[in-house]
Design a protein around this ligand. Structure first.
Ligand code: ATP
Ligand code: MG
Length: 394
């Protein structure tokens, strides 16, 4: 256990993060609130987390000297970036406590291994991944069952926010899309009739204890998360229980340590399907900072430092709106500042900006969480905020 504000080897207890994006920034906030020193490694000089950590190492994730420096400064190290090289985590783990384990991150980074893990877990949980086929060769392409079309071709590695994906209706389109992706390892998934999407975040300690956050209901637009809603009666109770049980099973079977998010589809016939997992806190869990007594970042700090993991409690209904770069441009395409003053005047509105200097369409610049006593009041204020900001109502 690395206790907050203790001295370890003659230095203040220090937690490190590989990756300096907004997730790392919020981890640093949570660690600093407990009195830890923090260190961030990221290639970008102006990374959101690097700008606020006690120590910043600007380097590539594979830079051996930089990894040594990170291990020298930090007593335990986590990551916030899905595609962090698993070898870098394995290297750090030789001398330091590292969570999540490199082996688990490597599974989450590869859709083929990830789906195989979900399929194994389905026997116990009854929650299976979408029907799919692995495509690694021309022979695999020819052998794809017709029932998977129309489908979505997804590269096995390095996809996020809908990147590395193509919707295909016919075999000819599938073949063209696979070649367009350079013939890399892919998964073809059947296109499913979605009723809605949701996600579950769990934290698992090194002692095997697991706690779960509520089930988040998510709306995506253009492959990017737009809105997350979390309140009582948000989803049918049976579905909530099934999703939380399936997520606990997935994290236990991985032998995972840290915070993990699993994304699900709910089909029009009510069935739950497991989509993918992120071996880190997740955009759909940002509301926990304002609406729960322990946020997903608090849980990340606790699992990393080996601190107790009491069950988190949501104390307010919440709706989170992602603030994407397009809000920083007016209708004519000229740069603007979003109208913060009227948004901040709304009761329960909590603004989080990540300190990114440059806005680009689709870039996650910040988020707004609206909290309140019940779903109706939160919805009312969130819709007002959306109208002020120019976010389409849902
Ligand atoms: P993330 O940013 O969450 O990592 P990603 O790029 O890894 O996204 P997915 O989560 O696999 O991609 O897919 C993005 C979105 O595309 C999903 O949230 C869902 O809306 C839609 N989608 C993905 N797979 C399917 C499917 N099999 N059937 C129907 N819709 C799908
Ligand atoms: Mg996804």
């Amino acid at each position: 256990m690395i206790l907050p504000s203790s001295m370890v080897d003659g230095r203040p207890a220090t937690l490190g993060v590989l990756g300096g994006g907004q997730l790392g920034r919020m981890f640093v906030h949570a660690a600093q609130a407990l009195g830890y020193e923090t260190v961030v490694l990221d290639p970008d000089r102006a990374s959101p987390a690097g700008r606020i950590a006690h120590h910043f190492i600007q380097a590539d994730y594979r830079d051996a000297n930089a990894l040594r420096e990170l291990a020298a400064r930090a007593h335990a190290i986590t990551t916030e970036f899905e595609n962090v090289p698993a070898e870098a985590l394995a290297e750090l783990a030789r001398t330091r406590a590292v969570a999540p384990p490199a082996t688990c991150v490597a599974i989450a980074q590869d859709r083929i291994r990830e789906k195989a893990h979900f399929a194994r877990c389905a026997a116990a949980s009854g929650v299976a991944p979408a029907p799919h086929a692995v495509i690694e060769s021309e022979a695999d392409l020819a052998a794809v069952p017709g029932a998977l079309l129309p489908g979505i071709l997804k590269s096995a590695r390095l996809g996020y926010d809908g990147k590395g994906q193509a919707r295909v209706a016919t075999r000819a389109e599938l073949a063209a899309a696979w070649r367009q992706m350079g013939g890399v390892a892919c998964v073809l998934e059947q296109l499913l009739p979605l009723a809605l999407e949701c996600s579950v975040i769990v934290a698992r300690g090194a002692d095997g204890s697991v706690v779960s956050l509520p089930v988040q209901r998510n709306l995506h637009r253009g492959g990017i998360l737009a809105v997350t809603e979390v309140f009582e009666q948000n989803l049918p109770t049976a579905l909530v229980q099934q999703a939380q049980a399936a997520t606990k099973n997935i994290v236990n079977e991985l032998g995972y340590v840290g915070v993990l998010c699993v994304e699900y589809f709910v089909l029009q016939d009510g069935r739950l399907v497991v989509n993918e997992m992120a071996p880190r806190p997740h955009n759909s869990g940002h509301y926990t900072v304002d609406a729960c007594d322990l946020s997903q970042f608090d849980l990340q700090v606790r699992t990393l430092a080996g601190l107790p993991l009491p069950a988190p409690r949501q104390h307010s209904a919440a709706i989170m709106l992602n603030l994407l770069g397009e809000l920083w441009f007016d209708a004519a395409g000229a740069p603007r500042q979003p109208p913060w003053a009227p948004v901040l005047a709304l009761p329960g509105a909590r603004l989080h900006l990540y300190g990114k200097a440059q806005a680009r369409p689709g870039r996650k610049m910040g988020h707004l969480t609206v909290i309140g006593p019940d779903a109706a009041s939160v919805r009312q204020q969130a819709l007002r905020a959306a109208a002020l900001l120019g976010i389409e109502a849902w």
